[in-house]
Design a protein around this ligand. Structure first.
Ligand code: CAO
Length: 571
């Protein structure tokens, strides 16, 4: 008689209640051992649950949207004859009800880690925490073992935030980032792209940032002082972070820069690790691929179809074929600058590395037009200066930008098309009923765009407060994911620095961005004579697929109108 076995979720590391986002098989299917059955995707990682043995799927007890944890039963398998025959001892393996499989997998992992830790003097953890810092080890990543490092996101000497992603690991079954256990400075990095790592493996060493309350130092010690490599894994908060897209990061994820923010985390492409891997091999940006699976999930055939279309288009560049079509561009010139004089090469910051491709995508895929105008802010600025004491008494500072946020709110109310986004398939326009305004902030590590939520419900002083707080957090690298998402319209002010005009890049999926330059006193003809007036330059870049030139001219005129007499903001 054929033998049946339950299929359970294996050890998936520090993850619990992970949503099933794709069911890859159906009851009655003939299944091969290790064949992927369902895909789980949390805000921390993507992984596939493999079949424990070959056979026929008798029942499948989960569906898309269900949440599962380690040990949960997801179905029942009638073992193929050879699996049943060889599996009498292993038959109690991954599917065994007594959980022996999870136990054996765990101890197997622990044994491997133990062996690994003995391999090099570096990896002995007796001195894992001392004056020179703490060891950084691969945390609990479940049943995944010897996973290739596909990207190293930091360098020795870098200052890192707690939870900042250090490495990306990817196998054909899972993709995950390894985060920093603490904030501090990376003193040593012992892995490189192509290395394979398992739970507990040493990946580097860091000096923990000094903490005013000592909490961080003591936490660091407790997380790294154990002799056992496995138990020196970081606390649960340091579980692997999302790899495929930093957009999926949780609230404590590292800051995400300008242009990345335009992406609604919930609308990011879903795809299995295998599809992500293939996309990377083919050089395809999944953001440009239309998914035919449930909830827009990108399947392997979607990816292949996308590449085929790009080739047929004659672009030959699926990677550049973001929404809006592919582009055939020449490779940048390769120049040996040292032939012309002394040079020094410095890697881009992580934020620059993430924001660069997004800025590029926005620049080449959105038909930008920039409308220039000037607002007479003579009276507004007089009022701003007169309110200086009130602002100071309220513990804040009122710059022209605060009034601009108010004016933009009034503009978005009057011209709601500026508060829309194109749907990801480009077939419809999404009108937003909320008004969240993003403000570009210049920080030492790159441009960030924190978002002032419900800006339409805030007073000038409240906006001033929030602007100061968010820009301070941006400069300190302390912005949360949430504080940088959901923007409807962005403002980029270079007014504190100088310049007469510029062409800001739209922060997709927003459809417009307002650039502001430095106000200057200019002679303005009042019909009878020239008068000195304080004129503020405005540069509005807009997506011409959504907004016409006439709309843009009306919008900037309206901003100038409101800024010319701020009582109109109250209308
Ligand atoms: N015209 C004249 N003066 C202006 C001005 C303008 N448009 N905007 C600001 N100022 C003045 C302020 O009043 C302040 O002067 P006082 O100290 O005498 O009051 C001074 O310039 C500095 O202002 P600020 O820059 O500190 O404050 P802000 O509210 O104007 O801007 C912030 C805050 C965070 C947006 C800004 O500091 C910043 O980072 N700007 C850079 C944004 C950027 O890089 N954009 C480019 C994106 S495209 O690559």
């Amino acid at each position: 008689m054929s033998k049946r076995t339950e299929i359970r979720v294996p050890d998936i590391g520090d993850f619990e209640k992970v949503p099933v986002i794709e069911v890859l098989v159906a009851e009655g299917d003939t299944i091969e051992v290790e064949q992927s059955l369902v895909t789980l995707e949390s805000d921390k990682a993507t992984m596939e649950v493999p079949a424990p043995a070959s056979g026929t799927l008798v029942t499948l007890t989960v569906q898309e949207g269900d949440e599962v944890s380690e040990g949960d039963v997801i179905g029942e398998l009638e073992l193929a004859d050879d699996a049943a025959a060889s599996g009498d001892e292993a038959g109690d393996g991954p599917a065994a009800e007594d959980d022996s499989s999870a136990g054996s997998a765990d101890s197997g992992a622990a044994a491997d880690v133990g062996a690994a830790s003995g391999e090099s003097p570096d990896e002995t953890s007796d001195s894992s925490s001392d004056d020179s810092g703490i060891d950084i080890r691969v945390p609990d990543i479940g049943d995944f073992d010897k996973i290739p490092v596909i990207e190293v996101l930091v360098s020795e000497g870098d200052a890192v935030e707690a939870e900042q992603s250090l490495l990306t690991l990817e196998s054909d079954k899972a993709t995950m980032d390894i985060p920093a256990p603490q904030a501090g400075r990376l003193v040593k990095l012992s892995v490189q792209v192509g290395d394979e790592v398992s739970e507990g493996d040493l990946i580097g060493r860091m000096k923990v940032a000094a903490s005013t309350d000592g909490e961080s130092a003591s936490a660091a010690e407790s997380s790294s002082s154990s002799d056992a490599p496995v138990s020196s894994a970081p606390p649960p908060a340091s579980a692997p972070a999302p790899a495929a897209s930093s957009d999926d990061a949780g609230p404590s994820a590292p800051p995400v820069p300008f242009a990345e923010m335009g992406r609604d985390p919930s609308s990011l492409p879903h795809a299995s690790p295998a599809v992500r891997k293939l996309a990377r091999e083919l050089g395809v940006d999944l953001a440009g691929v239309k998914g035919s699976g449930a909830h827009g999930r990108i399947t392997e055939s979607d990816l292949k179809q996308h590449v085929k279309s790009a080739m047929q288009d004659g672009t030959g560049s699926a990677g550049a074929a973001a929404p809006g079509g592919g582009l055939a561009v020449a490779d940048p010139p390769k120049v040996d600058f040292s032939k012309f004089g002394e040079v020094e090469e410095e890697p881009l910051s992580r934020i620059q590395k993430i924001s660069g491709p997004n800025l590029h995508r926005n620049w080449v895929t959105i038909p930008h037009v920039t409308q220039f105008d000037e607002a007479d802010i003579t009276e507004m600025d007089a009022f701003r200066k007169a309110s200086k004491a009130d602002a100071e008494a309220a513990g804040t500072k009122m710059t022209p930008l605060v009034f601009l946020i108010k004016a933009v709110v009034a503009g978005l109310r009057k011209y709601p098309k500026f508060n829309t986004s194109l749907s990801s398939d480009g077939d419809s326009l999404v009108w937003k009923k909320y008004v969240h305004v993003g403000v570009a902030v210049d920080t030492p590590s790159g441009l960030m765009v924190p978002v002032i939520r419900d800006a339409d419900r805030k007073t000038l002083l409240e906006l001033a407060h929030e602007l100061t707080e968010l820009s301070g957090k941006a400069r300190d690298g302390k912005l949360s994911r949430e504080e940088m998402s959901g923007g409807c319209f962005s403002i980029s002010s270079l007014g504190g620095i100088g310049g007469t005009a510029f062409t800001p890049i739209i922060n997709a999926p927003e459809v417009a961005i307002l650039g502001v330059s430095k106000a200057e006193t200019k002679p303005v003809w009042n019909g009878e004579a020239f008068e000195p007036r304080l004129m503020l330059p405005l540069s509005l870049s807009y997506d011409h697929r959504v907004i016409d030139g006439a709309d843009a001219a009306r919008f900037t005129q309206y901003l100038a109108h409101v800024l010319g007499d701020i009582r109109r903001m109250m209308l």
